[in-house]
Design a protein around this ligand. Structure first.
Ligand SMILES: [Zn+2]
Length: 92
């Protein structure tokens, strides 16, 4: 069993579960704030992105499954790399 899974399974008290939920929310917030788009907005504690909505039909960084978030970050980074490569071809 992976170390992190073992660590999680040891958390049985409600206070520990709440701490884990807070930690997950904070990590989601860090990903949302740093994913590189300019359309982020967070009224009422939400974590949304207008640019993700336009690009992928996805916007809810607070509730979407983590696999969905991971795939959108990868897509955003790939798109950015391709745009840079196109830019360097024009100049070079
Ligand atoms: Zn976005």
């Amino acid at each position: 069993m992976a170390t992190y899974e073992k660590y999680l399974k040891e958390k049985t008290h409600p206070e520990e579960i709440v701490d884990l939920a807070r930690e997950i929310l904070e990590l989601r917030k860090m990903l949302w704030l740093g994913h590189g788009h300019k359309g982020i907005y967070g009224d009422d504690g939400e974590m949304q992105c207008g640019e993700c909505m336009t690009e992928y039909g996805f916007y809810d960084w607070r509730r979407e499954p983590i696999e969905e978030i991971k795939s959108k970050i990868e897509a955003t980074n790939l798109k950015r790399l391709l745009e840079r490569a196109k830019g360097s071809n024009k100049n070079g």
